[in-house]
Design a protein around this ligand. Structure first.
Ligand code: G3I
Length: 346
């Protein structure tokens, strides 16, 4: 009798195991995620939460090995007055990183946003101002901040240079001046150009690569390009992301997936999310991590999540909708995406 039962049971077990292969891993322990990956796992951190929220701090300590200050190193936060630099939060982060053996990615030295009010009325030497700001920030953290987003989002969608305060006051040379100043302040730091939409916009990506090549032609080394990767469940296509990534590495630059979050409520019509939504998010995350692992090792840098948990995502305030873009949920519990990426390379 037993003999007749064996085959159907085996078939059922086989079907279940194959189904299991497609369905994401929905529960797992909290062993360190970064130790399960063949590349660095970064996260954008809010310093006040790092100081005041025990669970937030525990997750940052245990799960990630590279930290980016979400806002504390931006111009408005770190240089709020012409003759005053606010080092409090950034010094805290540097010390936290030392204590917990974390690498720090500096974000960002020159950007058209996060401009402090005093610059609205500044009428001094803008070239000197830019060089001095970059010099002060990079040299303070020399050898501690191992890499920088030197210039962030300098391009329009068509690949032309964005008209920004820096462009207006200094001209297009502000970009090379920023990279030169950063290189002079810390010759060992890896220097990146960082921008969004390049993973699916060839005009913008080609312009970014040309921008970096022009700097290289002038002897100003740029080490890498950051694809911010603010993406959605279905868009951009994996093939487009892979094509963009290959263009960067073929041009000889490291590629950083620098601000990954995966919008699951693009149209804003969801107020809550199902297990199916969580599974879709996990599968998308798995696909992105698997794609990044195809980058040749010498050009890999890190995947950085733009926030610790769904409770921390900028997307909610930016778009006014609920969303589940990150690895931990609103209550700081692991999501299927977290479990999925941990078992991906085991
Ligand atoms: O610190 C002030 C606080 O004192 C004030 O009370 C409050 C209300 O106005 O604002 C606080 O500053 C906010 C800051 O985040 C810190 O929370 C700014 O208004 C707010 O604009 C800022 O948003 C950040 C945004 O960049 C602009 O700097 C987001 O948190 C951050 O996630 C977002 O990150 C950017 C990357 O740096 C570059 N790539 C795009 C990405 C998303 O926009």
């Amino acid at each position: 009798m037993l003999r007749h039962l064996t085959f159907p049971i085996l078939l059922l077990l086989c079907l279940l195991s194959s189904c299991k292969k497609d369905a994401p891993t929905t529960s797992c322990n909290e062993s360190p995620a970064y130790k399960a990956l063949p590349f660095d796992l970064g996260v954008a951190v809010n310093i006040q939460k790092l100081q005041g929220n025990a669970r937030y701090r525990q997750l940052v300590t245990a799960q990630y090995n590279r930290l980016t200050a979400e806002n504390a190193m931006k111009f408005d936060a770190i240089h709020p007055e012409h003759d005053y630099y606010n080092w409090a939060e950034t010094d805290y982060l540097i010390n936290f990183a030392k204590e917990h053996d974390k690498k720090i990615h500096g974000h960002t030295l020159v950007w058209h946003r996060a401009i402090p009010q005093w610059l609205d009325t500044y009428n001094g030497d803008w070239n000197l101002l830019l060089k001095e700001h970059v010099h002060q920030v990079v040299s303070r953290y020399k050898q501690q901040v191992k890499s920088w987003d030197v210039v962030n989002e300098a391009l329009n969608e068509d690949g032309t240079l964005r008209k920004s305060l820096w462009f207006d006051k200094i001209g297009p040379s502000y970009i090379e001046q920023a990279f030169k100043a950063a290189r002079n302040a810390d010759p060992d730091a890896l220097l990146f150009y960082n921008d969004y939409n390049m993973e699916h916009n060839p005009a913008k990506l080609d312009a970014a690569i040309a921008l970096c090549d022009n700097l290289k032609a002038k002897g100003i080394k740029v080490d890498g390009i950051g694809l911010q990767m603010h993406i959605a469940a279905e868009y951009p296509l994996l093939n487009d992301i892979a094509t963009a990534t290959k263009k960067i590495t073929d041009a000889g630059y490291k590629v950083h997936f620098s601000e990954l979050d995966i919008r699951m409520n693009l149209n804003g019509n969801k107020t809550s999310f199902t297990q199916s939504d969580l599974n879709t998010h996990a599968q998308r995350c798995r696909d992105i991590f698997r794609l990044y692992n195809n980058v040749p090792e010498q050009y890999r840098f890190a995947i950085t999540l733009w926030g610790v948990s769904d409770a921390d995502t900028w997307l909610k305030s930016e778009y006014g909708n609920n969303d589940i873009p990150l690895l931990f949920d609103d209550q700081y519990n692991p999501k299927p995406a977290y479990c999925e990426i941990k078992q991906l390379f085991q």
